[in-house]
Design a protein around this ligand. Sequence first.
Ligand code: MG
Length: 451
Amino acid sequence: MKLFGTNGVRGIINKELTVDLALKLSRATGTLLGPGKIAIARDSRMGGEMFTHALISGLTSTGCSVVDLGPVPTPTLQYMIPRLDCVAGVMVTASHNPPHFNGIKVIGSNGIEASRETEDQIEKIYHSNQFKSAEWDKIGEFTRYDSAIDVYLAGIKSLIDIDKIKEKKLKVIVDGANSVGSVVTPRLLREIGCSVVSLNSQLDGTFPGRNPEPIPENLKDLSAAVTAMGADLGIAHDGDADRATFVDETGRVLWGDQSFALIASRVLAKKRGSTLVTPVSSGRLIEDVARNAGAKIDWTEVGSVVVSHRIEEINAELGGEENGGVFYPDHQPVRDGAMTASQVVEIMALENKTLSQLVSELPIYYNTKVKVPVPPEKKEPLLEALLNLSKNMNRITIDGVKVIHDEGWFLIRPSGTEPLYRCFAEGKTQETADRLSEEGVELIEQAKKLV
Ligand code: MG
């Protein structure tokens, strides 16, 4: 059985993700990444404390000492790992998954999620039961650390123009999804001079306020609150606050690539010849922004972990994803919701513009997303067939097949978790996007006949 998915181990609490699994996983992690100190943290999900206790037992049994940061965002834990001289970190979170899920994510000594290779090694130890057991007098120590949020927020504040933001006296509504975004972002924004109203700010693993995925259908209350209270913007986090989604002053929810583009155009323009790392699923908006800033794009496979590792490897100036994940390595090379929030607020203050004005300056592209059912055993041969069929097309094959035309592009790739292929198309008009999407689906259908 494969434990790790695209972003750690995730499963339904007490069904797929059990205390036994958490205990064994932490014993395997301590065996591989110890000896040394390991930092742990959790979001507000149900089972967070239960799994934390399993992790403490498992990790200390291998001789690792454990420092618990408590309920804080994933990026707060990531920020603290190198600063507390830890050899690794473990986060209990299922990010934006539905409420009945939880998960466990292993993070390396540099604060970046463990690579696929490290995960494979942990899995190997997990399945072989070859755990290290410390001698009776070498069992690891357990301590708590209560200042993670102070240190983390001081780090963010050191990178932004607080005086300018204070002058603007922005009114911001923060929707923390009843999770750990609520313990950092409202405080951060208040400390940099914004007036803040919090929504869904009590930590509650049943997620009574909304589903933790920050997409428009889950943000209706936030949109309504922004317009009703005449706020300048709204900010919504996902369950572990590594992402931020924005609502402009008219109540409109921005697409992830729009906020990413606002930040990218400013960060990349600071230095000629900067590099932006982004997955092949990113579109023309990001290409336009990078080109205008004189930056080059380094394309990767889809997945935030790949982006982080690539940023570190080539020393890139910025990373980002079309879902709104922004990686700002001057702060840290991982997605960070509170950092992203303060960057957008800073842009509004420095340029003295409303969020809707800033967005209206960006080019507009339209997209179409379609799913095509493909039985699991056909997923791999189908990709081979697609690579063959598209041989003479203008394409990128880093992850699936991205076919590029003058008027737009489409990307077809197998879903990591479901028996289907996704076709994502983008064009200057909705008609173009729809047509390119049909072209992509047609290519999948052709390939299906060959496997
Ligand atoms: Mg997340």
